[in-house]
Ligand binder design. Structure first.
Ligand code: NDP
Length: 343
């Protein structure tokens, strides 16, 4: 089967691409420019040579009919392209909202129009779409929506905190997708995945790209924060809900193929670790080049989660098992240091 994949050039998309190709799929990767195709080709040359990986140019995902050509001849779609948090704290939230929403609705429109072979479309949403504030003890599930996010950007515009702009863009994009399904009743199925923070190894193994990409790797960002003093002792019991990027890719493959996944919002959440847990893991078995505080070893068990999630149900639906936190943390850092990443 041939799958149209967007976002293939990104941290998560690289892994989805590899997982699809190494299973039985061929992939048509939608890229913004020839140079992006060249970049991916340099890591996946043999698959380009064998014809398992092809490219289609979609220079602007917000343009009407942007995916009209791209959807032709494919059997399924994974739509992962979406902008991440901007570095400019004063950025217009619409810089995120427009590509997130119009990219999503646009690919659905094109699929309806020209994608007669499409059986399923998987859209990468995020755990952040669930984060509506609730009473302590609330168990977050696919029934939750962070509806406050869109209200905040409507109210505060450019002055909304950067991360809330991103969260709102993901809420609006996913809600637009489900509304589209309700309005259009397509013959293909739609599934959304909601990954938590993604840790893990880079697929695009060059120091230059790794440095750029590491800004999207929550683990590395956190450890830079330790060094710079941004992450302080009072934060050591803060919990990060994370998923290994390899498991995120597997989750997408399953979301594409498992019959029971159809029509669902599926949380991908591998493990919840406090920074103290991360330090304990690294102090017990250090990675050269990475220095972490000792803190209070063992105290991680006292960390109180800010959110409790039902992640067993989606894992069961998908038949997904997650890699142990220790493995993810060590692998990520070993590779990062090898590639010249500096804490
Ligand atoms: P990256 O920034 O590494 O990748 C983003 C991808 O989206 C790239 O392929 C990029 O293409 C593409 N993209 C971004 N903006 C646009 C745009 N305006 N038009 C077209 N393409 C665009 O991010 P991740 O791999 O981390 O994220 C991938 C997906 O996973 C996103 O949907 C994100 O919201 C979601 N996600 C990520 C999490 C994380 O912790 N990283 C957690 C939960 C969800 P290009 O190379 O051309 O810039």
């Amino acid at each position: 089967a041939n799958i149209l994949l967007t976002g293939a050039t990104g941290f998560v998309g690289n892994h989805i691409l590899r997982r699809l190709i190494e299973t039985s799929f061929s992939v048509k990767a939608a890229v913004r420019s020839d140079s992006k195709a060249k970049f991916l080709t340099s890591f996946f040359q043999s698959y380009v040579d064998s014809g398992k990986l092809t490219f289609v140019n979609v220079p602007d995902i917000t343009a009407p009919g942007a995916f009209d050509e791209a959807v032709k001849g494919v059997d399924g779609v994974i739509h992962g392209a979406s902008p991440l948090e901007s570095n400019d704290p004063q950025a217009d939230p619409q810089e995120l909202v427009q590509p997130a929403v119009h990219g999503t609705v646009g690919i659905l429109d094109s699929a309806l129009k020209n994608g007669s072979g499409i059986k399923r479309i998987v859209i990468t949403s995020s755990i952040v779409t669930l984060y509506e504030p609730h009473e302590p003890g609330h168990i977050y599930s696919d029934a939750d929506w962070f509806n406050t996010g869109p209200k905040l950007i409507a109210q505060h515009g450019r002055n909304t905190p950067s991360f809330v702009k991103y969260m709102a863009s993901k809420v609006l994009a996913e809600q637009a997708a489900w509304k589209w399904v309700e309005d259009n009743k397509p013959s293909f199925q739609v599934v959304t995945t909601m990954p938590s923070w993604v840790f893990g190894k880079s697929e695009t193994l060059s120091p230059e790209h790794f440095r750029k990409e590491s800004s999207n790797n929550t683990l590395l960002r956190g450890l830079v924060g330790v060094k710079s003093g941004e992450l302080q002792e009072k934060d050591y019991l803060t919990i990060t809900n994370f998923t290994d990027v390899v498991d995120v890719a597997e989750g997408h493959l399953k979301a594409l193929t498992v019959p029971e996944a159809a029509g669902r919002r599926l949380l991908l959440l591998g493990a919840s670790v406090s920074w103290q847990d991360v330090f304990d893991i690294l102090n017990a078995n250090p990675v050269p080049g990475v220095t972490v505080p000792v803190g209070t070893p063992g105290n991680g068990k006292n960390a109180v989660p800010t959110h409790i999630f039902d992640h067993e149900t989606p894992a069961k639906v998908l038949g997904l098992t997650y890699r142990p936190a220790e493995q993810t943390i060590r692998e990520t850092l070993l590779q990062a240091v090898e590639l010249g990443w500096k804490q």
